[in-house]
Design a protein around this ligand. Structure first.
Ligand code: BDR
Ligand code: CA
Length: 310
């Protein structure tokens, strides 16, 4: 019997890989809504980009605008990776859609009541999710899970110790990692194993569809940036991995461990401190930390999603 797609709400900051994650969610999950957050670029851009992806891909899904800055810190952005607008050098068409609301937090909470088995996938800084938990600590009881692209058991990308999404709002991440319930962390340990290259750009282009063309252009830009910044021949599409960790969990491996967020370290603010000692109580293991994945299978699935949508 076919299994019904997972109802999924994606909280995101598009962002090259966020945009491809939205296409992935639209294909493999039941995408019930998109909320936006300040992150890779400012909230005006992340929201416009989410609307643009939905429009180009013909998705019947509402976009709700969220936090315009981190809980306590200033907004920083990652324009050196994602470009000034967040979508690389893509020239977007005129956007004919508009946001459903300016209340991402309200939408997350309302959806958790309305949608049975809702899975929340957060692929940007955790500001909206933290605010939702602050307003209603019982949110996790109504979710089938909270999957986060963020953090790493080993090393960082924006600093030596920290991954961007956690570093961009560590206070929010701290709240979420303490109160978030059934959390799965899809960190750099996994996402940097899944590099898409020029062959995948070509596969996307041959589909000759608007969403696939968009994905190809975003991936092409990501590969250039990845080559320039890291010397890699492919680009990690981090956020799509988080979506696939929900829809294809059999392709990932990891275990529950204690994870805390470093808030004060001079060199380590925003680090996800993963206890690898193995001597902790089960009740302290607050997060399922994914470590490995079947990279080839994930790459194929991302291409499939990008070429399947309109
Ligand atoms: C994460 O940071 C952002 O720049 C990407 O969109 C992804 O969510 C990777 O560290
Ligand atoms: Ca992101």
């Amino acid at each position: 019997m076919p299994v019904a797609p997972v109802p999924m709400l994606v909280d995101c900051d598009p962002g090259l890989d966020d945009a491809i994650a939205l296409l992935t969610a639209a294909h493999f999950a039941d995408l019930v809504g998109i909320t936006t957050v300040d992150g890779n670029v400012g909230i005006d851009h992340t929201t416009r980009n989410a609307l643009a992806v939905a429009q180009i891909a013909g998705l019947d899904v509402a976009v709700h605008r969220g936090a315009s800055r981190p809980l306590t810190d200033q907004s920083r952005g990652a324009r050196h990776v994602h470009g000034a607008t967040g979508l690389g050098s893509v020239e977007l068409p005129a956007i004919t859609r508009s946001v459903e609301s300016e209340d991402a937090v309200g939408f997350i909470l309302e959806s958790s009541h309305r949608v049975n088995g809702l899975h929340l996938v957060a692929v940007g800084p955790l500001t909206n999710v933290a605010e939702a938990l602050q307003q209603d600590a019982s949110l996790p009881e109504r979710l089938s899970g909270l999957t986060i692209m963020g953090g790493a058991a080993n090393g960082g990308n924006v600093t030596a110790a920290a991954e961007f999404n956690i570093w961009a709002d560590p206070e929010a991440a701290d709240i979420v990692f303490r109160l978030g319930g059934d959390i799965t962390m899809v960190g750099l340990d996994v996402t940097q194993q899944v590099l898409l290259g020029p062959a995948q750009v070509d596969q996307m282009r041959t589909a000759r569809k608007p969403a696939a063309d968009l994905a190809a252009e975003l991936l092409d830009y990501a590969i250039d940036r990845s080559s320039e910044l890291r010397g890699w021949t492919g680009a990690p599409i981090h956020d799509a991995c988080a979506v696939l960790a929900v829809t294809h969990p059999q392709l990932f491996h990891g275990k529950r461990q204690p994870v805390s967020i470093e808030l004060t370290g001079t060199h380590t603010r925003g680090m996800t401190v993963v206890d690898d000692r193995g001597s902790y109580a089960d009740s302290d293991a607050n997060v399922r930390v994914l470590r490995t994945a079947d990279a080839d299978a994930l790459i194929e699935l991302i291409v499939e999603a990008a070429t399947a949508v309109q």
